[in-house]
Structure formats: C-alpha cells, structure tokens
Design a protein around this ligand. Sequence first.
Ligand SMILES: [Zn+2]
Length: 100
Amino acid sequence: MTGLRDPAHTPHMPKFLIEVPHDPGAQPCARAMKVLLETGTHWLTNADFGCLDGVHKAWLTIDVESHVEAQMLLPPAFRRDATIVRLCKFDDLITKHEGS
Ligand SMILES: [Zn+2]
C-alpha cells in the first residue's frame, strides 16, 4: 500500500455541480464575481454565470472525491448558500440499479 492515489487510475472520480446564488443587481453581481474569481482558477476558467438572463447564480462542475472537498473550493462567504450535487452518467445509474 503506497498511500498515493494516481488521478489517472481513478476513472470514476465523482463529478460535482456547485451552484452558488447571489443577490440580483449590479453591485452584488460584481461583488460575487470578484470573490469567486479571487478564490481560485477553477472559478476563473470554468464557472458559468446566469446573470445576463436574470438568473443570479454561478455554476461550476469539478472532479473531486467528496462533497466536503467540493465545499472546500467555495469561498467561506458562499458555503452556506451553495448547492452541491453529485453528478452521474446514465450508464452509472443503470449499473447501480442492476447491481442491487
Ligand atoms: Zn448576478
């Protein structure tokens, strides 16, 4: 047992959707984006915002091991309101149901 985990050898790394709402309006939007973008490159390069369509939320999908890890990627100010959803593929669901 090496204790090291090679990401290349974990083909079924769970994927999580993180949804982070913020208040509507130019200032809350700007503030939310600033906080998120300062938080890390995940947000900078991968987050999608619904603001232009009046949906004041940001979405990001990320491959991590657990809800806890996904939550760690969030700025503390947004952790309370964020929704974190583990995503799966159609195939995963079929396999899961057949296996039980
Ligand atoms: Zn907004």
